[in-house]
Design a protein around this ligand. Structure first.
Ligand SMILES: [Mg+2]
Length: 128
């Protein structure tokens, strides 16, 4: 079964890159939603259910931290695994995002293999 994915990043180039890397990594992608900030992501998720959310942190309007907070308060969205993809590799930031409910954290740049591995882990947790 292909996975449906929500990619949240303020860079359209990065969203396209993540989408391509998902496919290249052998990850079976079905529906692929995109949003350029947290607000758009929440709006897009209103009528859709996805299997995983990949989100940037630094975005205008609503950043990735606030998005994670909002997801946690939503009974339906709370259970959707989230993977943070950011250039910020500081330990404090990583721990913060994990404490807000993220299941995984990848720093940019990353290889298709690394993304695949992290997604397997994140989705495996959901099925465990
Ligand atoms: Mg950004």
């Amino acid at each position: 079964m292909p996975y449906s994915v929500m990619i949240v990043d303020d860079s359209a180039v990065m969203r396209g890159f993540i989408r391509r890397v998902l496919t290249l990594s052998g990850f079976e992608v079905g529906e692929c939603l995109e949003a350029s900030n947290g607000e758009e992501a929440l709006a897009g998720l209103e009528g859709h259910s996805v299997d995983v959310i990949l989100t940037d942190i630094n975005m205008p309007k609503m950043n990735g931290e606030e998005l994670l907070r909002r997801l946690e308060t939503d009974s339906r969205l709370r259970s959707v695994p989230t993977l943070v993809i950011s250039t910020d590799a500081t330990k404090a930031r990583i721990l913060k995002m994990l404490s807000l409910g993220a299941q995984g954290y990848m720093t940019k740049p990353f290889s298709p293999e690394a993304l695949h591995e992290e997604l397997e882990r994140v989705l495996g947790e959901r099925n465990a």
